[in-house]
Ligand binder design. Structure first.
Ligand SMILES: Cc1ncc(COP(=O)(O)O)c(C=O)c1O
Length: 394
């Protein structure tokens, strides 16, 4: 493969690691439990189409996204398997969902009525009824709401309740009390729905955390799991990291190259606000990635890896570049690893999450689309995505 983008900063996406994380999970869940790969937010920043294809080739049967546009994009790129949109969509778009065979999340009577009024077609609209068992986000909360919703659905035969689901708020925590409460509430809600004569074909509640914790327990998984963060090789929480049923393989690494190398004298100032002054005569490197790429200013003062050694980021991170202290004079173009392994050392999304007081999910999601994604399969580069120059490369 020749040059595929015109900047010295990129994210490597190891699709072999996705394949491993999916197939090892699939092996451990009951055969009748489908694996739905959660590829929302551009597959947590990894590349939705490439991750989706890989997951589907290794045991996933469904895909889920958060917003309708993400589902349409996958359909338009040739993905034919069932896709579920996990958040409510505007009711006037329901007809488009029917046309593209995209399953929708719904739970409000008013939504059914509005969608029914605006949709003039005859193709069925497949719905997954969301149950709020304690996440406090979306879903029915009472028997009355279940009845209102189901009665509205029954009045319009174009709507089909294909699925029933809930989402856990604390499945990744050691204390299981709230998880169990939510689970019991879900069982009660399933009974309400069955008592109203509705028997959805797919019932699902397990995210990565619940699936990793209870892989073989049908009671906890029903007949589908929604597998997200673990597919990307990251533990759902630091407390789960040491208790995984199989080792997860990290999928994303982030790299750049030295764009400038210079010797500065003790006291020389570096970066906006002249916030750093060289402590002694120092070698300083400039790295072409900044906060516009998702390499946030809050990471000023943290480390990157060069030649297997930790190098401190000095001065404030700029929009498109930052500076770091080098151990010696290094050639222009020397590789810099921001996330990933270099020699015996590694910087993980979890390390950065701890620094930023956030979670690993946010770290990979925040890597901006203008950072090209380079895809690796069978140990070889197989393609890239460069949304900035998409379709216009010479
Ligand atoms: C409704 C829903 N299901 C499943 C997932 C996947 O969760 P995880 O990435 O923890 O596996 C998410 C992610 O936020 C979600 O919102």
């Amino acid at each position: 493969m020749g040059t595929s983008f015109y900047r010295d900063t990129w994210a490597d996406i190891d699709l072999d690691a996705v394949a491993w994380n999916v197939s090892e999970m699939k092996k451990r869940i009951p055969e009748e439990t489908a694996l739905l790969a959660v590829v929302k937010a551009n597959a947590y920043g990894h590349g939705a189409l490439q991750v989706a294809r890989t997951a589907l080739a290794h045991g996933a049967e469904w895909l889920a996204v958060a917003i309708f546009d993400e589902a349409l994009a996958l359909r338009k790129q040739g993905i034919e398997v069932p896709i579920l949109v996990l958040s409510p969509i505007p009711p006037e778009d329901a007809g488009l969902a029917a046309r593209y065979h995209i399953s929708l999340t719904a739970f409000q009577k008013a939504w059914i009525q509005a969608a029914g009024r605006s949709y003039q077609g005859r193709e069925p609209i497949a719905l997954h009824l969301a149950c709020d068992t304690g996440m406090g986000r979306i879903g029915i909360r009472s028997k009355e709401e279940a009845e209102d919703f189901i009665n509205a659905v029954k009045k319009d035969p174009r709507f089909i309740i294909e699925g029933l689901f809930t989402h856990f708020a604390t499945a990744d925590q050691d204390d299981e009390a709230y998880f169990n409460e939510q689970y019991q509430r879900f069982e009660t809600m399933i009974d309400w729905v069955h008592d109203l004569g509705v028997h959805p074909s797919v019932i699902h509640c397990g995210n990565s955390a619940a699936t990793l914790k209870y892989p073989a327990e049908k009671r906890h998984l029903f007949n589908m799991v929604r597998y997200g963060v673990a597919m990307y090789g990251m533990a759902p929480s630091p407390e789960m990291a040491a208790k995984l049923p199989f080792p997860l393989k990290r999928v994303l690494s982030l790299h750049s190259r030295l764009a400038n190398v210079k010797r500065v004298s003790a006291g020389a100032s570096i970066g906006y606000g002249a916030a750093y002054h060289a402590e002694q005569d120092e070698w300083i490197g400039t790295v072409p990635i900044g906060y516009a790429d998702g390499w946030l200013r809050a990471l000023s003062g943290s480390d990157v890896l060069i030649g297997g050694e930790r190098c401190r980021i000095v001065g404030r991170i700029c929009m498109d570049q930052f500076m770091c202290r080098l151990p010696s004079e290094l050639p222009l173009g020397t590789e810099v690893t921001l996330i990933g392994r270099d020699g015996d050392d590694a910087i993980t999304a979890d390390d950065l999450a701890a620094k930023l007081n956030t979670i690993n999910y946010e770290v990979t999601c925040m890597i901006h689309p203008r950072v090209p994604r380079v895809f690796w399969k069978d140990g070889r580069k197989t393609g890239y995505v460069n949304p900035v120059l998409d379709g216009q490369k010479e």
